[in-house]
Structure formats: structure tokens, C-alpha cells
Design a protein around this ligand. Sequence first.
Ligand code: KE4
Length: 429
Amino acid sequence: MSLDLSQSRSAFESAKSVIPGGVNSPVRAFRSVGGSPVFIDHGTGSTITDIDGNTYIDYVLSWGPLILGHAHPEVIARTIAAMQKGTSFGAPTLAETQLARLIVDAVPGIDMVRLVNSGTEATMSALRLARAATGRNKILKFAGCYHGHADMLLVQAGSGVATLGLPDSPGVPAGATQDTLVAPYNDLDAVRAIFAEQGEQIAAVIVEPVAGNMGMVPPVGGFLAGLREVTQNSGSLLIFDEVMTGFRVSPNGAVGLYGIQPDLVTFGKVVGGGFPLAAYGGRADIMQHVAPSGTMYQAGTLSGNPVATAAGIATLELLAEEGVWQGISAQTARLVDGLNAAADAREIAFNAQAVGTMFGFFFTDQPVRNYEDAKTADAERFVHFFAGMLERGIYLAPSAYESGFLSSAHSDADIDRTIAAADEVFATL
Ligand code: KE4
């Protein structure tokens, strides 16, 4: 069985002549899974179709945003209607307040948000805010967590940095990362040791409350509560980076799921409904530092633009309708249960997990609690599995250091077909 990918292959060659690596984001290049990326022509509901005409059930969903599936009719209609009134004004509009209100109402403990254009902007701005609010410089992140590509965060990052096995990035001066501390994910003792030494200098801890950029690694019991306690005790802020988990691990994000109240939260992906829109938010007393109400500067030409806010509002409103999120979560659990059952039946060392509407899997029978554990999973089996699933019309993230996502468009038949395909591929391992 082999796919005709000839158009994608030639498209990739020509793309490489004018775009570094032929892609506009490194993880798309299929580097860690070999071959060349499929070029997508269109998406509909749970599927995407490449320029050779191959259609796949899509579990990447643009890396999370398309929780209602591709080209959802109402999202498209409301976005077109917004566009017809003008695409950007660089002036306040009612839609920005409406979207901000939807986010604030959905996530406990958030009084205000600032809309920006990418998750990178959101985390970069949240950390600048934490430094401004505390007057401190140091920040603590976790190995294997990815918070976008701001200089200070490109230290032992996950996602594309992990996928490409980069030692971090050239071009990032030591001065930009000298205040960035790193601890293993899920390791409270390591965090406490760092705080014992440097707690008074630490402005913030930034954490993916469910890590999604080293594969998917949920927090072990007490980890998030411990981070809350240690930051509270030292006057540092706790930042939940919910760019990926927001509206995915629960309708109220990880904040609602785990009941731990961070000081700041970042959002992206789902809140923009597939358009370049992200946000950072928190308690009013902290957000007041943000210009122009305060003096911490952050700005953006297209921040909160009418097109992206229309898509974001439509997505959040439709997702909040009775049973929609719950239905996606149930499908995700069914997928994971089916994958595990198929692997167990063939005695494959494999473990898939779901948290709400996102999932991950590792080819190992050992627990995976952090980036080092994740790196011990069988990479060759992952590559073989990825290729076998692609051949069978299932599009998974082209990297072991990513997560998978479902949408309201993923049907029972999609799930059954995915499980059957996985069983076929497991049989070839
Ligand atoms: P963006 O700047 O890519 O919009 O968001 C950065 C970001 C921040 N925080 C978390 C938890 C994230 O997962 C991300 C971006 N996620 C990756 C996929 N794991 C984006 C895909 C890509 O880099 O192409």
C-alpha cells in the first residue's frame, strides 16, 4: 500500500527554493518521521485532503485550534461577515470586548485579558508582565515544555526544538537566557531546591499544566498544587501556559480541571478558531501593569483584529453549546481506549492517554513523567507507526514530541477507522 504523493514531493522541492526548509514552521517538515510533508489542498470537518487527492482523518487540526473541525459553516459565515465590514482598523471594536468577556467568563480567577497574535507573543508578554509586577528577573520553565520561540524560552524547549534535536537555538545571546532556570517536569523537589536558593529572584514559573510538547504528559498528583504553594510562599507568580490546553482539557481549561489558581494564564489556538489570535490574562491587580493602564509595554498592529475575533467568538460560543465539548472528550477517550486495546492484544509496549479533547501516546510500557522519560520511548516504532497510519489515511502529528487533538466533527466511524488502522500497523511492528 503506498500513497501517491508526487505532487506534494514536487511542491516541497519548489517550496524549499524560496522558504527555509520549505515550511513556515519547522515541525511541519516531517524531519523526524522522514519523507516529505504532504501539502494540503483543503479541509472539511474531521478530514484534510492533500494536493494529490489523498484524504486523511486529521488529528493535528492545525496543532489544536480547530476544535470544531475544518471549515465549520458557522465559523466561516461569521468570519466572512466580519471581513465584509473591513478586515482591520487598528482601533477598538466591540468584538474584542466580547471575546475578552468570553475568555474571562470561562476561566476561573481571570479578570482581564489582552489579545495578541500568537502564543509566542502571549507567553513573552506574560513573562514581561510577571517581571514588571514583581521587579524580579529570573523565570523557571520545565525541560520539554514549549512556550513559543521568544529568546528567553528557547532553553531545553519541546515541540519543534525537541523534534529537530536542537541543542537550543543559535542566535539566542547568553544574556537572553541567563535568567532562565530549568527543572524537570513533574519534579517538585527540583523546583523546591531552586526556590530555596533563588526564590526571591524568581519572577515567575511558567508551566504547561498538561505538557503537550514532549508528547502528552499530564501533571502527577500534587505537582501543580506544589508549584502554587512554592510560588505563593516566595512572592513569585505562577503562569499556566494554556495555549494548547485552553478549552481543550476542559471547557474551563486546566485551571478549571485541576482547581489550581495561577496568577496569569496564556491562551492561543482554540481561542482564535484557526486565525492568528492569542491572549494573556490574569487578576486585575496584575493586568493593570499593562500599558496603557500601566507602564509595562506590549503592543500589536493586528491584535484583536475583527476577523480573528469573529472566528474566536464563533468557536467559543459553539463549543460552549450543551454537550459539544463533552462529546469531543468522549470521542477522545474512545479513541485512546481503542488504541490501547489494540496494542495490548498484540502485546506492543504502547500507552495512549487522553486529557479532555487532546491525547498522546508513547511506544513504551514505562511511565512517562518528564522529557527524559519521553526520550526513552521507541522512536523507530513511532516513525513506523506514523508512516503506516498516514498510508491508511490517518494524519497524526509528524513528531513524537507533539500531542493529538479531536474535534466535534470526528465521527464514530472516524474513530473506528483509526483504531482499525492502528491495529493493522501494530500487526506489522
Ligand atoms: P505559537 O507562537 O506557535 O502560536 O504558540 C506557541 C506555543 C506556546 N505555548 C504552547 C503550550 C504551545 O504548544 C505553543 C505552540 N505549539 C506548537 C505545537 N506544539 C505549534 C506548532 C508549530 O510550532 O508549528
